[in-house]
Unconditional design. Structure first.
Length: 154
């Protein structure tokens, strides 16, 4: 677990050191991602999180935002949708370790508070696999789902 946390913080430090080149970044909380951060490079989004729902771990994702648009001309409310993949390592849940990955579609809404910040909420749905070490019959392939809420910064 120590190695996973060291690796997470190393990747996070290097990633967030590049925020000057990112057009947009965000902070979120959600299921199954726990708490984390994300950076946008055009329509590509990189996420790194610390999940805690199934024990402590590290999770990363890469999403492509395929489309976006305004929901209202009077309100600063917009929608977006895309597709991506996540992978993560979890340790400590009932004494087991697990590795999981998924591919998913996502959809979200954003409310902008001016030119520098916006609140977002999104959901994802796809297919995933979780492999559990030391537990016969505990691995599974099936639906993957999740949700995030957080803030975008411009």
């Amino acid at each position: 677990m120590k190695k996973a946390l060291v690796a997470f913080f190393a990747v996070a430090a290097l990633s967030f050191a590049g925020l000057g080149s990112a057009q947009k970044y965000g902070l979120y909380s959600g299921y199954p991602g726990g708490i984390g951060g994300m950076m946008f490079f055009g329509n590509l989004r990189l996420s790194v999180g610390l999940p805690f729902w199934y024990g402590l771990g590290v999770e990363g994702g890469l999403d492509m935002i395929l489309g976006k648009g305004a929901l209202s001309k009077e309100q600063p409310l917009s929608y977006y949708y895309g597709a991506g993949a996540d992978a993560g390592f979890y340790s400590g849940y009932l004494g087991y370790s697990a590795f999981g990955f998924d591919v998913h579609g996502l959809g979200g809404i954003e409310y902008k508070f001016g030119d520098t910040m916006g609140f977002f909420s999104e959901a994802l749905l796809g297919l995933g696999y979780v492999g559990v070490t030391g537990c016969s019959g505990c691995s599974a392939f099936g639906p993957a789902y999740g949700a995030k809420i957080g803030l975008f910064f411009y």
